[in-house]
Design a protein around this ligand. Structure first.
Ligand code: HEM
Length: 396
């Protein structure tokens, strides 16, 4: 399970720098007071080494903010970028100037991994994004739909709590004994099960799973890789004329991952189409998001994309978000899954704490080292000791 750092605002703000800078570049007014540019830019590649180094970008940008103040520019290759890191400026950007920061740059990762920007989380601001965002908010992540699919969340969390109890029970039946469990994977599996059941009607992990183990592992690997790759800086985005070098081999890896994900989602879409055809219109079945997407695109301007591409891209864009502890963004691009995310976080944490007494393995502080990517995950496992808090009958 990814556990996000609380600094994510910085990352998000950094992510919008590319198009903010686009505006800066277009601004013709010579009277405009410009933000200071951070020192240390290289010819051609600018500050790219800063962002591509071992240290995570938000840590680097935070250090620069300490030096240059809450607003400064850097150069990502040929493009100037604005970095903002105070809540006052963030508020101004996401309210008064929200229209200006609501687009997204056409980055290589979003093109290769986001079906040529048909994944609306990566789409530039415009009619296509507006239409898809509306469908997502009203049909997929609405309170009504979340209520309808509430049993998916509750049953997955219940089963997962019972799995932990069974593990404790199998090790030792002595009530005073604690067993060690790894929570990162545990929470990650719950989230993936819930989200895949809601989107594609699939359940991949734990007891009672009907899906082929290989398919599950393949899917999980491809998702992890997706998160990692979409957060990487690609040389082409900084210096398009050097794109052919594919420095670091990121574009090659992205193409491979895109093919893998497409073959998985394509299979789901076909299964849903077959199910729809065989069940007929009158079937009174529970709808997952893919079922809804089979009929909900009517009347939407698809900006030239074919409808199945949009269905696959939208499914991936929803899977793309786990339930980490991070802010939800703000303004018109703010997270449409906020209610869902909060409900899941509360339910999982409350169920776990109600069911078990928890203690750390040692007195050492928890290792909060993070990984780079679209979201920033805890790099190491989260191992804790647990023992049941409630009578055995509650877990049966
Ligand atoms: C704790 C849970 C979650 C957190 C903290 C979170 C956070 C975020 C953040 C920070 C953004 C970027 C906002 C921006 O660009 O300004 C975002 C966008 C998005 N999130 Fe979430 N998210 C969560 C759960 C979810 C879930 C469960 C879903 C869907 C099932 C989801 C779907 C999306 C989508 C589609 C976007 C792109 C929106 C757009 O570009 O218009 N999120 N989320």
């Amino acid at each position: 399970m990814d556990i996000l750092l609380p600094y994510l605002h910085t990352v998000i703000l950094a992510a919008i720098v590319l198009f903010s800078c686009y505006l800066l570049k277009r601004s013709k007014s010579s009277k405009t007071k410009l933000a200071p540019q951070a020192g240390g830019a290289w010819p051609i590649i600018g500050h790219l080494p800063l962002l591509a180094g071992a240290e995570l970008p938000h840590i680097r940008l935070g250090a620069l903010a300490n030096k240059y103040g809450p607003i400064f520019t850097i150069r990502i290759g040929m493009y100037p970028a604005l970095v903002v890191s105070s809540w006052e400026l963030a508020k101004e950007l996401f309210t008064t100037n929200d229209a200006i920061v609501s687009s997204r740059p056409k980055l290589t990762g979003a093109k290769i991994l986001g079906y040529n920007f048909a994944n609306f989380g990566f789409s530039p601001y415009g009619e296509f994004w507006r239409g898809m965002r509306k469908i997502t908010a009203s049909e997929l992540l609405s309170n009504r739909r979340l209520e309808q699919l509430k049993h998916v969340r509750t049953s997955e969390v219940e089963v997962s709590v019972k799995d932990l109890y069974k593990l404790w029970y199998s090790k030792d039946k002595n009530e005073a004994t604690q067993v060690m469990v790894e929570l990162k994977q545990w929470v990650g599996d719950i989230n993936l099960n819930v989200i895949l059941r809601m989107i594609a009607g699939k359940r991949y992990y734990g007891a009672g799973v009907v899906t082929d183990e290989n398919e599950a592992r393949r899917c999980q690997r491809a998702m992890r890789e997706f998160f990692h790759l979409t957060g990487l800086f690609v040389l082409r985005d900084a210096a398009p004329f050097l794109g052919w070098l594919d420095w670091g081999g990121h574009e090659k890896a992205m193409k491979k991952n895109a093919e893998e994900l497409d073959s998985i989602v394509d299979q789901w879409l076909e299964e849903h189409r077959r199910k729809k055809d065989s069940a007929g219109e009158s079937a009174n079945k529970e709808e997952d998001f893919m079922d809804v997407l089979l009929y909900a695109l009517d009347g939407i301007n698809l900006a030239g994309y074919d409808a199945d591409t949009v269905r696959k891209a939208t499914s991936l864009s929803l899977i793309g978000q786990h339930f980490e502890l991070l802010p939800f963004g703000a303004g018109r691009r703010a997270c449409p899954g906020m209610n869902f995310g909060l409900q899941m976080s509360h339910l999982v944490l409350a169920s776990f704490l109600q069911a078990f007494e928890v203690s750390p393995l040692s007195n050492a502080t928890i290792d909060m080292t993070a990984t780079a990517g679209l979201t920033s995950s805890k790099a190491t496992p989260l191992e804790v000791l647990i023992k049941p808090r409630l009578p055995a009958s509650v877990y049966e």
